[in-house]
Design a protein. Structure first.
Length: 243
C-alpha cells in the first residue's frame, strides 16, 4: 500500500505531543512555525521504506507513531537489525549534518506516522537555534554510549543472557501483565531479527528458545511470547552482570 502524505498545515507542530518530547522541544514559537512549514507527515505500512542505505538524505524524520527498524547490510549483504526507533525519536539527521549518504536504512515494522522535515528547514533552524544542534549532539553521544554498552554485553554475556536481556527490554515496552501474573507480548520483530540484534546465528537463538521453553521460563508461539514469572527471566542475566 502506498504511503500517504499531508502537508504541514494539516498537522500542527505547535500542538504535537511528540514534539514536546523530542529534540524539537527547544525551538521558540516562531521557529516551530518554520518547522511546521517545512514538514510533511507520511503514513507507512509494515515493510515500507522510510529511507535506504546509500541514499543521500534530503531531510530528517521525526517519529510520531509506530515502530521503525534501523538496519544495515553486513559484508555478506545480510540485513542486520541494529535497533528500533519509537515515537519522539529523530532519524536520518546524520546524513543531513555530514552531507554523506545514509549508512543505515529505516523500515516501518507496522503502521507508522513519520514527519519529514526538509534539509533547508533543518539548516535554517540550526543556524537560528544552537540548542537544536546541541540536542543532535546529545543524541549522537547517547547512541555512542548505547553502542558501547552493546559491545560490553556481547563481550561479557552468553547468547542466552543476551536474548533474555533483549526480551526484557522488549517486554518493558510491548508487554502486558495478565490476570494470572504472567507477562505477555507480541514481538515487533522476527526471530531472525532477534538473532541479529544479539549477534548470534538464527539456529542458535532457536536452540535457546527451545531450552527456555523446556525449563518453563518463556514460551513462544509465532511472535507471541509468554513469561510466567518475569523474575525467572531476570535471573538469566543477574549472575553474569554481577560477575
Amino acid at each position: 500500500m502506498p504511503k500517504t502524505s499531508h502537508k504541514g498545515s494539516d498537522f500542527d507542530c505547535v500542538t504535537c505531543i511528540m514534539r514536546k518530547h523530542s529534540d524539537w522541544r527547544v525551538l521558540a514559537t516562531d521557529e516551530v512555525d518554520l518547522l511546521a512549514r517545512g514538514q510533511t507527515r507520511y503514513s507507512y505500512q509494515s515493510g515500507e521504506s522510510i529511507y535506504s542505505m546509500g541514499q543521500v538524505g534530503n531531510g530528517v524524520h521525526c517519529m510520531c507513531a509506530g515502530t521503525v527498524a534501523i538496519r544495515r547490510l553486513d559484508a555478506e549483504g545480510n540485513s542486520v537489525l541494529l535497533h528500533l526507533a519509537y515515537p519522539g525519536d529523530t532519524l536520518g539527521y546524520e546524513s543531513v549534518l555530514t552531507g554523506e549518504p545514509h549508512r543505515c536504512s529505516a523500515e516501518a515494522l507496522g503502521p507508522a506516522k513519520v514527519c519529514h522535515i526538509d534539509a533547508r528547514t533543518v539548516k535554517q533552524l540550526l543556524d537560528a537555534n544552537p540548542n537544536l544542534g546541541l540536542q543532535f549532539l546529545r543524541r549522537t553521544a547517547a547512541s555512542l554510549d548505547a553502542a558501547q554498552d552493546k559491545l560490553v554485553h556481547h563481550a561479557t554475556l552468553s547468547n542466552r543472557a543476551k536474548l533474555a536481556h533483549l526480551l526484557l527490554v522488549l517486554m518493558d515496552r510491548y508487554g502486558r501483565e495478565t490476570v494470572d501474573g504472567a507477562n505477555t507480548m507480541h514481538l515487533p520483530v522476527s526471530r531472525r531479527d532477534l538473532a541479529s540484534m544479539i549477534g548470534a546465528r538464527h539456529e542458535t537463538v532457536s536452540r535457546i528458545i527451545s531450552r527456555l521453553e523446556n525449563e518453563g521460563i518463556a514460551f513462544f508461539s509465532g511472535r507471541s511470547v509468554r513469561v510466567p514469572h518475569i523474575d525467572a527471566l531476570l535471573e538469566e542475566i543477574r549472575p553474569q552482570l554481577v560477575g
